[in-house]
Write a protein that binds this ligand. Structure first.
Ligand SMILES: Cc1cc2nc3c(=O)[nH]c(=O)nc-3n(C[C@H](O)[C@H](O)[C@H](O)COP(=O)(O)OP(=O)(O)OC[C@H]3O[C@@H](n4cnc5c(N)ncnc54)[C@H](O)[C@@H]3O)c2cc1C
Length: 394
């Protein structure tokens, strides 16, 4: 006989785990999450997990703003477990032609309630005396932001969701989403069928393939994300603020102790998420160039390690969230496009509200709905920055 659930979540990354936690927190008795491997074995486990709120569109900023207190007060809100958040401060820097856009975005973010200010290059230099600001037009500073520990975050969500009655099944692939006419009826898994009236696809890079099998094409592709980690020289032992460097299309952040994580632009599309992943030989040198251009004293840094990961990118580089028109009971939380960690707590709350109340209230996620692609809409705001070369489709 098949098992039954109220809601099935497919995928045990940070977003699937958050959705299970939020549903269980709302009192849903039978939440089952199926994860084909170990929890956090997709993008989430390798995420750099920057927890900041600077965005050029209001919906993402609101999701990040609603998530921020949860990261900061994690232990209290999750009923125990280790803290997952490290405070560092954060800056987003742009080239001179985008300085006015940045100031307009900072105004928008401050209207939401986000603690951020625009800095001149000289003020940035005061904050980070080692920074080269010659090619910078302005910086947005968030004094309270930082980064999270990705594995501890997913584990905290797992523990709390389980305490509240959810079942999180690892090593349990969903092989098929089941539907009868225009209604979802459950899923087929490697260990049998589970019947449910609601299924949430939070399957990261595997979501397009899973959805294609039921005739649903997601406008999304899998792209590689390359990262190198360096040991800072002794004179830079004190952790620096996190940089998103729009001038160079990259970011870097401190990691516990004396390490710094650097994002290396990667233009490899349509990776097989089940295939082997290897970091290109040139990635450490590219990472070193990025880092030393912004912090010249990093010339003395040494390579600690590097790795390739991936995420699912939608056509407009924003998440796909919400119900699927024409398939009652099917919900999507995917295609986070390289930036779905910091917003995961609010994504969980919004999906739970959508399923239980018919509408997300924490943040209106309608701009992220699948139908925007057919309607030619994008959630992007009016004041964008230089296009990211690594996110240009080939
Ligand atoms: C190197 C790197 C750096 C990043 N840095 C940041 C950052 O600084 N800030 C930020 O906000 N975001 C960042 N991101 C992006 C962010 O980490 C991802 O957007 C987010 O983790 C996606 O979470 P997810 O739960 O949607 O997907 P995933 O973590 O990929 O989880 C999906 C899960 O679904 C499972 N699954 C797939 N198919 C099935 C199936 N059929 N049955 C059962 N289970 C299935 C997979 O095994 C996987 O565990 C980064 C990503 C990477 C890779």
């Amino acid at each position: 006989m098949a098992d039954t659930a109220d809601v099935i979540v497919v995928g045990g990354g940070v977003n699937g785990a958050s959705i299970a936690w939020a549903l269980a927190s709302r009192g849903v008795g039978r939440v089952v999450l199926c994860e084909k491997g170990a929890l956090a074995s997709g993008a989430s486990g390798r995420s750099s997990a920057l927890v900041r709120m600077h965005y050029t569109n209001e919906t993402d900023a609101r999701l990040a703003f609603a998530s921020f207190p949860i990261f900061r007060h994690w232990t209290e809100l999750m009923g125990g477990g280790p803290s997952v958040f490290t405070h560092t401060g954060f800056v987003n820097v742009v080239a001179p032609p985008y300085a006015e856009h940045l100031r307009r975005n900072v105004e928008m973010l401050r209207r939401i309630g986000i603690n951020t200010v625009a800095l001149s290059p000289g003020e940035l230099r005061g904050l980070e005396p080692h920074a080269n600001v010659d090619d910078i037009g302005a910086a947005a500073y968030e004094p309270e932001s930082g980064y999270a520990n990705p594995a501890d975050t997913v584990e905290g969500l797992r523990r709390r969701a389980t305490e509240l009655g959810a079942k999180l099944l690892q090593w349990t692939p969903v092989t098929k989403i089941l539907r009868r006419e225009s209604r979802v009826t459950g899923v087929e898994t490697s260990t049998g069928r589970i019947d449910a009236g609601a299924v949430v696809v939070a399957a990261g890079a595997w979501a397009p393939r899973l959805c294609r099998e039921i005739g649903l094409e997601l406008p999304a592709r899998v792209k590689g994300i390359d990262t190198v980690v360096v040991t800072r020289p002794a004179e830079l032992a004190r952790p620096h603020v996190i940089f998103i460097d729009n001038v160079q299309g990259s970011y870097f952040r401190p990691e516990s102790g004396i390490l710094t994580i650097v994002g290396v632009p990667c233009q490899d599309w349509d990776l097989d998420p089940d295939g082997p992943l290897s970091l290109p030989a040139e990635a450490p040198a590219v990472g070193a160039q990025i880092l030393t251009r912004r912090i010249p004293a990093m010339e003395g840094a040494t390579l600690a390690r590097g790795y390739r990961a991936f995420d699912c990118y939608s056509r407009d580089r924003h998440a796909i969230l919400g119900r699927v028109d024409g398939v009652d009971g099917l919900y999507l939380a995917t295609a986070f496009s390289g930036s779905g960690f910091k917003i995961a707590p609010a994504v969980g709350m919004c999906l739970a509200e959508l399923i239980l109340d018919g509408r997300a209230k924490t943040v209106d996620i309608e701009p992220f709905g699948l139908k925007r692609f057919a309607e030619g809409r994008s959630p992007e705001g009016p004041f964008t920055y230089a296009p990211r070369r690594d996110q240009t489709e080939r």
